[in-house]
Design a protein around this ligand. Structure first.
Ligand code: GTP
Ligand code: MG
Length: 395
């Protein structure tokens, strides 16, 4: 007698072969073997398979389980940008191993940002700021700028999904000259590669007595395949000291050059969409989310909805009450490549959540509820798998 397929929501976090096998009511080793064939990094039956891999395995084995995805595309095809012609600012993320000087570098760059010395409003914590990168006098309005992202760790970068919506255009990989390539350097380098984001290397702490930038360049080549210009490759690499400010203009120049090569364009008439880098609760303003706009524009008064596979309760939507820059200055409009603090949400938004503008509150609320329902369903899937696994082990 044929058993009808189980209809389940496929968790964004994936499932192990073991979990998938019990849900489909087949043997573990069949699922594991298929997963291993499709992706050799599958180590054992407890290795978590990505949703994409699970779909392939299900197709291959014709499993008796039907999955619908936990996350949905926020924008329909017809709402995507059609005419990306306007140049936009690059978004630069600084990454690297603990204590190698990421924050010091950002601080040093920020020192050159006159506006930052103004008394901060509510947004001292908006973890993104812009810096002129063309060596121009910063008073000039037509200076070229880059948006630098100042997130602790790389939560937002890590949790972004491989669907083309990436929070950053280029990565500055900071490596301490006295310490060399370390585990998180490798991790950051691999993340950038996986996301297809170009890397510029900043070898920091060159003022230290034990500094050996040349050694770092060989380490980068060996452990990450990052071939710096000094070794004949094409990855730009600048020896700096964040502490003394050494070679920071050269680093900005490298960023500017790389940004020019990327030729970043956007379509301001597209529907506004982007990524949340972080959010925090403010006593007066509720949740303040730092967002980066990737396409279209944001304006106060618009309704936005966020998608986070992790949220199980609360609101993922809100009406934009105001948009502010780092100094608390209200912004009338936020363009692509620009980061801002978004005020008007009730609940915190997890880092890495994507957002888009909705036509009205009703639509935003409906989408938010649908997303939360799917998140809950995904946890139900995992719980079901775990209880079936326990049953199977008992037998
Ligand atoms: P995490 O956020 O913890 O990952 O560290 P980080 O990468 O942001 O490093 P941070 O900027 O906090 O710097 C770590 C330490 O290195 C601090 O004590 C800095 O003063 C020191 N430091 C940073 N840059 C330099 C530099 O160019 N030269 C020297 N000598 N020390 C530096
Ligand atoms: Mg830091």
């Amino acid at each position: 007698r044929a058993i009808p397929p189980r209809k389940l929501v496929l968790p964004e976090l994936g499932l192990s072969s073991k979990q998938l096998a019990v849900l489909a009511n087949v043997r573990d080793d069949l699922v594991f073997k298929s997963a291993k064939e499709l992706d050799e990094s599958t180590r054992n039956s407890a290795t978590v398979l990505t949703p994409a891999l699970i779909e392939l395995v299900c197709e291959e084995l014709n499993l008796n389980v039907e999955f619908s995805p936990q996350t949905l595309p926020l924008l329909q095809d017809n709402q995507l940008s059609k005419d990306p012609l306007h140049p936009r600012m690059p978004v630069v993320t600084v990454m690297g191993h603990v204590d190698h000087g990421k924050t010091s570098l950002l601080d040093a760059l920020r020192k050159s940002d006159v506006a930052d010395h103004e008394v901060g409003g509510i947004t001292q914590n908006v973890a993104a700021f812009r810096v002129p990168i063309d060596g121009n006098n910063r008073e000039e309005a037509h200076s070229k700028f880059a948006t630098f992202i100042d997130t602790p760790g790389h939560a937002a970068f890590k949790s972004m999904r491989a669907n083309g919506t990436i929070a950053t255009d280029l990565v500055v990989l900071v490596v301490a000259a006295d310490d060399g390539v370390m585990p998180q350097t490798v991790e950051a380098g691999n993340l950038a590669r996986a996301a297809n984001v170009p890397v510029i290397v900043a070898i920091n702490k060159c003022d230290m007595p034990g500094a050996d930038p040349e050694r770092v360049r060989y380490q980068l080549l060996e452990s990450l395949g990052i071939n710096t210009e000094q070794l004949g490759g094409d990855v730009q690499c600048v020896d700096i000291s964040a502490k003394n400010g050494t070679n920071l203009p050269q680093l900005l120049e490298a960023i500017s050059l790389q940004a020019e090569m990327l030729d970043l364009k956007s379509d301001p008439s597209a529907r506004g969409a982007g990524i949340c880098l972080e959010s925090r609760l403010d006593r007066a303003f509720g949740s303040v989310a730092t967002v980066v706009v990737r396409s279209g524009i944001l304006k106060p008064g618009q309704h936005v909805v966020f998608q986070s596979p992790k949220a199980l309760r609360g609101d993922l939507f809100g009406r934009i009450r105001s948009l502010v820059d780092r100094n608390g200055t209200q912004l009338d409009v936020v363009e692509p490549g620009v980061a801002a603090g978004l005020i008007g949400l009730r609940d915190p938004i997890p880092p890495g959540a994507e957002f888009c503008v909705e036509v009205n509150e009703k639509a935003a609320r409906a989408k938010s509820q649908e997303m939360l329902a799917r998140n809950v369903e995904a946890t139900v899937t995992i719980e079901l798998a775990n209880s079936l696994c326990a049953e199977r082990e008992e037998k």
